[in-house]
Write a protein that binds this ligand. Structure first.
Ligand SMILES: [Zn+2]
Length: 214
């Protein structure tokens, strides 16, 4: 089935089944607005659907998806177009979310792009991607997540994926409104990595500096 025809079928099914069954919920959303408890930053990758993996329903997750689930560090120039920063500001200051989750994944093309452009920004011939994934380069020096990469001098994608999640968690703390709420224990930050081959999610453990079972 062609992509658009399949989507039309999906939409028809949604209207006839899901929406009818959950009509009350949608009426509440219209009447009272949204009050998600979690802001989730995940990759644009079509194979990784965080709400499917986490079993989340509409209204539960305020979502940001971008290439490589990256959080840029805070910048003092509000005249730029700050998509992630705006979502963070709205999620934290307006919606008062209690959790921020960053979900990365195995076989991430964005992280591979960061690896490929580490020494040659022009290598991929992209206009935007190589500059965007530059955010992840700081992660390459993470001694906990990148042991094998640092020791061998080769870039191990899974290590870099995990280190980049930690790097984005650190970048979150450069936003004062995030750091203040973490300090007052009103907000928690989590890092997750999804393995496409096993379906397993692992979580960052601050005590060990490594990813382990949930
Ligand atoms: Zn990805």
């Amino acid at each position: 089935m062609k992509a658009i025809a399949k989507m039309k079928e999906g939409y028809k099914h949604f209207q006839e089944h899901y929406f009818q069954k959950h009509r009350d919920n949608f009426e509440k959303f219209v009447k009272h607005g949204q009050s998600p408890r979690t802001l989730l930053i995940s990759c644009s990758d079509s194979r990784v659907d965080p709400t499917l993996i986490l079993g989340s329903e509409p209204g539960e997750v305020f979502a940001v998806r971008n290439v490589g689930n990256l959080v840029p560090p805070h910048e003092n120039d509000p005249t730029h177009y700050h998509g992630v920063s705006s979502a963070l500001e709205y999620g934290v200051k307006v919606l008062n979310v209690e959790n921020i989750m960053i979900m990365g994944h195995a076989h991430c093309g964005a992280i591979q792009a960061a690896i490929d452009t580490e020494h040659d920004p022009e290598k991929l011939g992209t206009e935007f991607v190589h500059h965007w994934v530059d955010i992840a380069h700081e992660a390459f020096r993470n001694p906990c997540c990148c042991k094998e990469s640092i020791n061998s001098g080769k870039r191990i994608p899974q290590e870099i994926e995990q280190a980049s999640i930690v790097n984005s968690m650190n970048n979150l703390m450069t936003y004062k409104f995030v750091a203040d709420r973490v300090a007052s224990k009103e907000l928690k930050i989590y890092g997750l990595h999804f393995d496409l081959e096993t379906g397993e999610l692992t979580a960052y453990d601050r005590k060990t500096g490594e990813f382990g079972p949930l």
